[in-house]
Every structure is written in structure tokens, then in C-alpha cells.
Design a protein around this ligand. Structure first.
Ligand code: ACO
Length: 402
């Protein structure tokens, strides 16, 4: 690792690294990835153990505080979160300004950004207590905000949260519940949602987290920074991949069409890529994908959906791609979103909500990274340089002679 700051100060030498393939933009104590060996740690704990032994709120506590909570700390954390689950009634009116068929991510960018208008004066970003409260508010309100995106799009009334319910159950009730009926949770399916949340909670300096950090480095309001992260997450190369996987499977339609789509993905003159394959950092199996694959089987078993056409198609695509020299040579394995889309679909969640659920999960990572950045004594406003390739200096000619 070369710290080029002193080299720059002495010689003016700087690096050109489009896409930040080999440049660290910050240091962090939150998440560690070893892409060659398929390792992911949150605060030192392997993702496999966290997914097995913890629930999402314990993971939130860990990401924010650096340690797993003991029983008393967890009780207090859950109580604090539950106090903040409601959103200001005024905020619910924002939804009606959107078209009913607006993409949920478009609505989410607007509504989460609007939180900054509700908690502007009360948030001093230099004060840890204020930053912690901002984090708690965001984690507590996101399930409600995301579920309202779905309810608004279907014309159903919003369902208020219930403080006594667990985080994932509360979310599923607000999202999938019907106000005329009691919501009866299935523990296996609730656990699957909780696992999706854990696996997506943080992933070091991915595009959306880096966006949140860059926006936050100017001292901007944290909810506005998170809205910037949501905008970045939306793209199909990032969080939008879970939705894109399902759309791609629908388009492929039948296993007999897979070779045609695999050929398109390999054709350098065709922009098409197999959605849900490949990762910038993992050049070995994405450890989250392994866990998500397992959850996928559990959910399909529970719902007796193993013969589901889309699932069988996905398994066949996985098999063919993993045996194809093009994908093998480039180390393009299925990523977590290849499987999370299948799980979400099996749970009856509409495809266009998939990325919004990713945003719900990643909110804790965004806000934990924002908090860490602000408290860093080396904090500087993010200001990347560029390599200028335009025309050299020249003189302006009068319009009559141009
Ligand atoms: N299908 C076909 N070819 C691919 C794919 C794919 N999904 N992904 C990468 N490649 C090829 C590229 O064409 C390139 O080939 P070349 O060496 O012959 O030029 C090579 O693999 C390397 O690809 P890059 O684009 O340089 O890899 P990069 O690290 O920049 O991109 C990314 C990673 C964006 C994830 C890419 O693999 C991709 O577009 N995947 C599909 C979208 C997706 O699933 N995104 C989700 C990422 S995970 C997440 O956000 C939670």
C-alpha cells in the first residue's frame, strides 16, 4: 500500500485510476473483504457466523458501535429503535405527489431526502450524540418508508408499525399485510428477510457507500447524503441488479434460450451482461451468495416452489455459466443478487421493490460509514482530481469570425 499524499506534495505526482480499481479513498474499521478468498467480515466477525447467530438489529448495533451487544445493551437498543419507528404524518403526504406507477427507488430518493427537512436544525454533524440519533432514526424509519412506497403504488392504505414486533416481521407486515386482516408471519420467511438484511448491511467502499461518504464529506445533512446513496444504488450495475436478474430471467423465458443469452453476454459488440454475475472485488465465490443460495433453497422448500419455472431457469443458467470457459477465466460467479431476487420473488414481493429492500438493508452501512468518516481526525472534503484531455488553452474569437 502506497500513501501517495507525501509524493504528491513533493513532486506533484498523482495517480489515474478510473473506477477506483486500486485506490483506497478512506480507511475504515467497519468491514473487511478478501475478494480472492471469498471472505467478508463485519467488525472482524465472519458474515457466515453473523447470518447464523444474530438478527439484523444485532448487526446494526455491531456496525454502529463496533461490538456485538450483550443482553441488556440489546434490550435498550431495541427499545430506542422502537421509539423512532413512526414517521412524521406530514412525511406521508409526500407520497401523494408521486405518480402511482413511479419506480419505488425514485420515490425513496425523494422521501429519504425529505427527512433532512424534518431533522435539519436538530442535527449537528460534529456531535456524536446527534449523529447516533440520526442513525437510529434512519434504521427505525426505513422499513416504514420502504413499505409505504409499495402500499402507495398499489393504492392500499399505509399500515402503521407495531412497536412490539421484530424488525423484519414489522417490515413484512407493513409491506405485505392487509389492513382488513391479521398478518400471520411465517418464521422461515421472516428469517429469510432478516438474512437478506444482514447480508446487504454493509460492503465497504461500494459505489453507493462511497457516494454517501463523498456527499457527507462536505458536512451535508445525513439524510440528504443517504438519499444520494439511494440514487447510486439504483443502477443495474449495483443494487439494481436484483431487479435486473428477475427481468432477465423473464426475458430468457425458457432454458432452451439460455445458450443464446450466454452468447450475447460474451459478445464484446453487445452491451448485454448476465445480470447477477461478476463482482468488482470478489474474484472467488461471493460469500453472501453462498448463504443466499442456501436461504433460497429453504424458502423454496417451505413454499413448495422447487418446480417454479423461474427458479429452475436460474439454476440452469447458473450451471451453464459456471461451466463456461469465458465466465471461469474471468472469475465471474453468481453474486448475492442473483439469489436474493429469487427469494424476494418467492416471498411475493414485486420485482420493482427489490432494490428498495436492498436500500433498507444498506442504510445502516451508509450511516455507520458516514459516522465513522465524520469522526475521523483526517477528514477532508472528498475532491478527486481528473486527467484533462480537452483542447489546450486558446483565445475566444468574436462571434462574427467563428
Ligand atoms: N456478464 C458478462 N461479462 C461480464 C460480466 C457479466 N455479468 N461481468 C463482467 N464481465 C466481463 C467484462 O466484459 C470484462 O471482460 P473483458 O476482460 O473481456 O473485457 C470482464 O468480465 C471484467 O469486467 P469489468 O466490467 O472490468 O468488471 P468490473 O469489476 O468493472 O464490474 C460488475 C463488476 C459491475 C459487477 C460487473 O461484473 C457487472 O456488470 N455485473 C452484472 C451486474 C451485477 O450483477 N451487479 C451487481 C454487483 S453486486 C452488488 O452490487 C451487490
Amino acid at each position: 500500500v502506497v500513501d501517495i499524499r507525501s509524493l504528491y506534495a513533493q513532486t506533484g505526482y498523482f495517480t489515474y485510476d478510473p473506477g477506483f480499481t486500486s485506490t483506497a479513498s478512506c480507511s475504515s474499521k467497519i468491514t473487511f473483504i478478501d475478494g480472492d478468498n471469498g471472505v467478508l467480515l463485519y467488525r472482524g466477525y465472519p458474515i457466515e457466523q453473523l447470518a447464523e447467530k444474530c438478527d439484523f438489529l444485532e448487526v446494526c448495533y455491531l456496525l454502529l458501535n463496533g461490538e456485538l451487544p450483550n443482553g441488556a445493551e440489546m434490550k435498550e437498543f431495541v427499545t430506542t429503535i422502537s421509539k423512532h419507528v413512526m414517521v412524521h404524518e406530514q412525511l406521508t403526504r409526500f407520497y401523494s405527489g408521486f405518480r402511482r406507477d413511479a419506480h419505488p427507488m425514485a420515490v425513496l430518493v425523494g422521501v429519504v431526502g425529505a427527512l433532512s427537512a424534518f431533522y435539519h436544525d436538530g442535527t449537528d454533524v460534529t456531535c456524536r450524540e446527534d449523529r447516533y440519533t440520526a442513525a437510529i432514526r434512519l434504521i427505525a424509519k426505513m422499513p416504514n418508508i420502504v413499505a409505504m412506497c409499495h402500499k402507495y403504488s398499489t393504492g392500499m392504505p399505509f399500515i402503521y408499525p407495531k412497536r412490539k414486533l421484530g424488525y423484519a416481521e414489522n417490515f413484512m407486515r407493513m409491506m405485505m399485510g392487509d389492513p382488513c386482516d391479521e398478518y400471520i408471519p411465517n418464521p422461515i420467511l421472516i428469517r429469510a428477510i432478516d438474512r437478506i438484511l444482514i447480508l446487504h448491511a454493509d460492503h465497504e467502499q461500494n459505489a453507493s457507500t462511497s457516494t454517501v461518504r463523498l456527499a457527507g464529506s462536505s458536512g451535508a445533512n445525513p439524510y440528504a447524503c443517504v438519499a444520494a446513496g439511494i440514487a447510486c444504488l439504483w443502477g443495474a450495475a449495483h443494487g439494481g441488479a436484483n431487479e435486473a436478474v428477475l427481468n432477465m430471467l423473464e426475458e430468457i423465458g425458457d432454458a432452451s434460450n439460455i445458450p443464446e443469452y450466454v452468447a450475447k453476454a460474451k459478445d464484446k459488440n453487445d452491451p448485454f451482461r448476465l445480470m447477477g454475475f461478476g463482482h468488482r472485488v470478489y474474484k472467488n465465490y461471493d460469500p453472501r451468495a453462498k448463504l443466499m443460495r442456501q436461504t433460497c433453497h429453504e424458502v423454496l422448500d417451505e413454499l413448495n416452489l422447487h418446480n417454479d419455472r423461474t427458479f429452475k431457469l436460474a439454476m440452469e443458467l447458473e450451471r451453464i455459466a459456471l461451466e463456461d470457459p469465458y465466465f471461469v477465466e474471468r472469475k465471474l460467479y453468481p453474486n448475492v443478487d442473483f439469489y436474493s431476487g429469487i427469494v424476494l420473488r418467492a416471498l411475493g414481493i414485486p420485482t420493482e421493490m427489490f432494490t428498495a429492500i436492498f436500500a433498507l438493508a444498506r442504510s445502516v452501512g451508509w450511516i455507520a460509514q458516514w459516522d465513522e468518516m465524520i469522526s475521523d481526525p483526517e477528514l477532508k472534503i472528498g475532491r478527486p482530481r481528473q486527467l484533462y484531455r480537452g483542447v489546450p488553452q486558446r483565445d475566444v474569437q468574436p462571434i462574427s469570425s467563428r
